[in-house]
Design a protein around this ligand. Structure first.
Ligand SMILES: Nc1nc2[nH]cnc2c(=O)[nH]1
Length: 389
């Protein structure tokens, strides 16, 4: 009977498996590329993943375009751009208060000191990454930036394998390669199309090195988030996702504020505000909008890490790279080229390859659950017969 109850619990627990930590994910053996999805597939699950993806893609695109607008309109403070990437974190207190707690939200999964150390470590890394990303966005033209930044997916392939025991299937490998190519095609094709003309002073060597370093750091951050949900928080509930994001981004904001004071950049802020094209109100609106858009994007991205995997979250983020130049056509008057459309299509193709792997895993898991069900029913019947005799 015990066996039958155990399987019934597992089946009933399917929706919770998204939120509850599973012991089997502790092992270092390669796990299913889509293991959480494997037990929680279904229309509702896909709809939630789609919402997260839309938040990441729209938030990330708006944030990147607003950062470019800030630089284009006379802004020049790297620490200010760094701060906008994490400074909207206190706003997360609103959804946190509005989200009803589940039982897993009420317990402290690890000692408070361990949680604090994790927030401090990831937060400091985010602060450093945000600074490098701020330099990268200013020092490289859109095309080169997209090319180099797409390397974060390859870095993520390594960190996911090492830290998250991610298994690679041909479909996932195909997705990583095609998404990287999509950004490469974009970079090669638009290097001479005068993209994002503005008052940039490109500094290629520094921009290149900083973009590569930021890409590696960001891949590590996403893998560390995944590890945190599995080993430290031991839950993937909406509230834990918000808490982890808010606390780590508050630490990153402290790093940015400290950097602004230590570098003396804070003295230039009032002058920059006064000289900003469109005036002070536009300056504040641009930075506030950037901060909100980054947090919206990160909510989507970290929820994808918790729901699926860091590699999936990064793959979705990379889809955004060809999106930015397309929007720049409308907003900054960049030229539209066939290459940009091809990059978009390749990007969609690479992503669909990844999504198809998830679909296959979901179907396989459903088949396994059905098989276990019939074994379980047979065992329950035989237990009942032996109990009666
Ligand atoms: N390096 C890096 N930093 C980020 N911060 C927010 N998104 C990103 C990203 O895609 N890459």
């Amino acid at each position: 009977m015990e066996h039958a109850q155990e399987i019934q619990l597992q089946i009933r627990g399917v929706p919770e498996q998204e939120s509850a930590h599973k012991d089997d994910s502790h092992g270092s053996a390669p796990k299913s590329p889509t293991r959480r999805l494997a037990v929680a597939s279904g229309v509702r699950w896909w709809a939630m993943v789609a919402v997260d993806m839309i938040m990441l893609l729209s938030g990330g695109t708006v944030a990147t375009l607003l950062t470019r607008l800030y630089y284009n309109s006379g802004g020049n403070s790297k620490w200010m751009t760094t701060l906008t990437q994490s400074g909207g974190a206190p706003l997360l207190a609103i959804p946190l208060l509005l989200t009803p707690p589940s039982p897993e939200d009420r317990r402290l999964p690890s000692p408070a000191t361990k949680l604090a150390a994790v927030y401090a470590g990831i937060g400091a890394l985010i602060g450093l990454d945000n600074l490098m990303y701020a330099y990268a966005l200013q020092y490289l033209p859109v095309s080169t930036f997209s090319l180099v930044a797409s390397s974060q997916l390859a870095f993520n392939a390594v960190t996911s394998r090492l830290l998250n025991a991610q298994r690679f299937t041909p479909l996932i490998a195909n997705s990583v390669v095609v998404l990287t190519f999509a950004a490469t095609v974009l970079a090669v094709g638009s290097s001479s199309d005068g993209s994002s003309s503005g008052n940039y002073h490109y500094n290629y060597a520094a921009g290149f090195v900083l973009t590569v370093a930021a890409s590696a750091a960001f891949a590590l951050i996403l893998s560390l988030y995944e590890l945190t949900f599995e080993r430290v928080v031991k839950a993937q509930t909406p509230r834990w996702v918000l808490r982890v994001q808010m606390n780590s981004n508050l630490v990153a904001s402290a790093v940015a504020v400290a950097g602004m004071f230590a570098s003396g950049e804070w003295r230039t802020v009032s002058g920059e505000m006064a000289a900003f094209r469109g005036g002070t109100a536009r300056y504040v609106a641009t930075l506030a909008g950037t901060a909100v858009a980054w947090q919206a994007a990160l909510v989507g991205q970290i929820r994808l890490v918790a729901r699926v995997s860091s590699l999936f979250a990064n793959a979705t983020g990379v889809v955004q790279l060809p999106l930015v130049p397309l929007f720049a056509v409308v907003l900054f008057g960049d030229r539209m080229t066939g290459i940009k459309v091809v990059a978009m299509l390749m990007s969609a193709w690479g992503f669909m390859s990844y999504a198809y792997q998830h679909y296959l895993d979901g179907r396989r898991a459903a088949g396994t659950a059905r098989a276990q069900c019939s074994v379980c029913a047979a065992r329950a019947a035989s237990d009942a017969v032996s109990d009666a005799s």
